[in-house]
Design a protein around this ligand. Structure first.
Ligand code: 0WE
Length: 276
């Protein structure tokens, strides 16, 4: 396409860097979700969006949120069920003939697994569920989506520093995120020959609905804001902007990687002195 236009005219027709891309967002629960920050940034850059939601009780809320981003594609999907995952792509196929982007922003460990002493409190069932919902679901979605993916498609998931450091109380979720990050590398290796990219963002702590169930979360936010290089926490919008970039053709040379969007927290060692 040849575009000749004066500068003001070019600005008027300015295209977002995801123009023409179709993105499926998995993991939206409400307007505090990391998935919401990602969806907003992707829509701003021109992507068309579809959403899944976990259960019927979320149906109306997700449809309303989707509508504000010009989407009327919302599909129920409990990622622990293969039949649900299969249904999503059967239905999506009615709207779209291909898929450019999948965002996986899902994690769960059963109540009681994110507190106390790791060894005392971890259970076989807690371990299984955390790994199933938080890691296996990423490749399960990709397996089912594969016929709709094409060269240039990009897959993204959301991880946390607890994957690579022993964060107090993150416990079995840390193992599940380590598995998720390894999943990113193996999926990147498997899909690379088809020019499909797979990456993760490791986000700093953000006050989402999931975070509300975690004791001392506010203390963690304060600690990060005092000790990160940028002296603050990150927002869902900042994670969204990095996600939009990673899933765009601007990131065509990046696959299998974990990009930290955490105000630099992960590079710092030791608490800073009080007067810093
Ligand atoms: O990945 C997470 C938490 C995800 C999460 C949250 C819950 C709360 C409710 C997974 N499963 C559940 N299960 C529930 O029943 N984060 C990165 C946020 C988080 O959680 C922590 C953190 C941080 C940061 C738990 C302990 C320590 C730090």
């Amino acid at each position: 396409m040849v575009v000749r236009a004066s500068l003001p005219e070019q600005l008027e027709f300015a295209m977002g860097f995801l123009q023409g891309k179709r993105a499926l967002i998995v993991g939206l629960a409400n307007n505090h979700s990391i998935a919401w920050g990602i969806a907003g940034a992707m829509r701003r850059e021109g992507a068309e969006l579809a959403f899944t939601y976990q259960s019927d009780k979320l149906a109306d809320r997700i449809a309303a949120l989707a509508a504000t981003l010009d989407s009327d594609i919302t599909l129920r999907c409990d990622v622990s069920r293969d039949a649900d995952i299969e249904q999503v792509f059967n239905h999506l196929d009615d709207y779209w003939d291909h898929l450019d982007i999948i965002v996986h922003s899902v994690a769960f460990a059963p109540a009681g697994q994110l507190e106390g002493n790791y060894i005392d409190d971890v259970t076989r069932e807690g371990f299984r569920i955390a790994h199933d919902i938080s890691s296996y679901s990423f490749v399960a979605l990709t397996k089912a989506a594969r016929p709709m993916l094409r060269p240039g498609s990009a897959l993204l998931t959301v991880s946390y520093l607890g994957a690579v450091r022993a964060v107090p109380h993150y416990n079995v979720m840390g193992l599940a995120k380590a598995s998720l990050e390894a999943n990113v590398r193996y999926m990147a290796a498997a899909l690379g020959p088809e020019q499909i990219r797979v990456n993760a963002i490791s986000a700093g702590p953000i006050k989402t609905a999931a975070a509300k169930g975690i004791s001392d979360f506010n203390q963690m936010l304060d600690y990060g804001a005092r000790n990160a290089p940028l002296r603050r926490n990150v927002t869902g919008e900042e994670v969204g902007n990095a996600a939009a970039f990673l899933c765009s053709d601007l990131a065509s040379g990046i696959s299998g990687d974990v990009l930290y969007v955490d105000a630099g927290y992960h590079v710092q060692a030791m608490a800073l002195p009080d007067d810093d």
